[in-house]
Design a protein around this ligand. Structure first.
Ligand code: 6GU
Length: 298
């Protein structure tokens, strides 16, 4: 996967080099280029923003700067052609999209809700982080983990002139996305969040293949609690059932912990998933029926 980020604060994207993302770069799975928007600014002051039409507070980022930047990044022209590819120890091979690899059948669920029939799927994906965007979800992270080229346009100030995105539809599939109901100063941190959520789902990026199958949200529930050794710590015991060796009971208990936690913290999620009779029993009891610690002691 190739990721290009356009920002007036390229150093803000430095965390992309580290940890899991840094390793994906070294594996050759991920190629990252970060572009300073000011390279496309013209005029003596190299202004990237200007007062909003119609008045009001703040500044709006200029279309005559963003337009050429997006043109060049789509085609690897101009300043975009000379951008450093971020540190990667392996020679980069053009990665096949994993939906082209293994008999992948895109489901209706994978199709973005605002996708228009006329969009060319071979165009790069342009993600524009904005609190006014459609909510970014785990389902979208799954869908986008098969993209071959994603470009992030990081806005600051009061946003980017809307005509930039109307025009960019000629060269990109454009999505304005929000990472939550709060306001950030700019799109950079949201870009880090979205990139991490997507890249960890690319096969081979996480060490353990199964480790994202039990993620919170992948089955529509929050993940339940985890425990490790020592068995007793500061007077607190690991739940007995986890040492029972009965894997059917352990799986049931884990499912029940996920259900109970979801009911307590995110009851809105429970209405979106299918509950079995066993699931309902646990939620009605308020504890797992396989949990001995809830039996009256004799
Ligand atoms: Cl994606 N961008 C900005 N600037 N603020 C946000 C956001 C994104 N999501 C929530 N707040």
């Amino acid at each position: 996967m190739q990721i290009d980020v356009i920002s007036i604060f390229p150093e803000y994207l430095d965390p992309l080099r580290h940890a899991l993302l840094g390793r994906a770069i070294e594996q050759g799975t991920l190629q990252v280029r970060v572009h300073n928007l000011r390279q496309w600014a013209t005029g003596v002051h190299q202004a990237v923003d200007s007062a909003p039409c119609g008045g009001g507070p703040g500044m709006v980022m200029k279309p005559d700067v963003w337009g050429p930047a997006l043109d060049d990044v789509a085609q690897a022209h101009g300043p975009a052609a000379h951008a450093d590819v971020w540190r990667s120890s392996l020679p980069h091979q053009r990665q096949q999209r994993h939906d082209q690899r293994q008999g992948y059948i895109p489901s209706g669920y994978d199709r973005p809700r605002d996708c228009t029939e006329t969009e060319d799927p071979s165009l790069p994906l342009l993600l524009v982080p904005t609190p006014a965007g459609i909510p970014f979800t785990q389902a979208q992270a799954q869908t986008w983990s098969t993209e071959s080229h994603i470009v992030f346009a990081c806005g600051r100030y009061e946003g980017i002139d809307q005509r930039v995105f109307s025009d960019a539809q000629k060269r990109y599939r454009v999505r304005e996305v929000s990472i939550g109901d709060y306001v950030l100063i700019g799109g950079e941190v949201a870009t880090l969040v979205i990139t991490e959520a997507i890249v960890r789902l690319i096969p081979g990026v996480l060490g353990n293949h199964q480790s994202h199958e039990n993620d919170s949200f992948s089955d529509g529930l929050l993940e339940g609690p985890s425990f490790t050794k020592p068995r007793q710590w500061r007077g607190l015991d690991v739940p007995e059932i986890l040492f029972s060796g009965n894997h059917a009971n352990i799986d049931r208990w884990r499912r029940d912990q996920a259900l109970l936690r979801t009911m307590q913290r995110r009851p809105d999620l429970l209405s979106t998933i299918e509950l079995s009779p066993e699931d309902r029993r646990c939620l009605e009891l308020g504890h797992s029926p396989v949990d001995d610690s809830h039996q009256p002691r004799g």
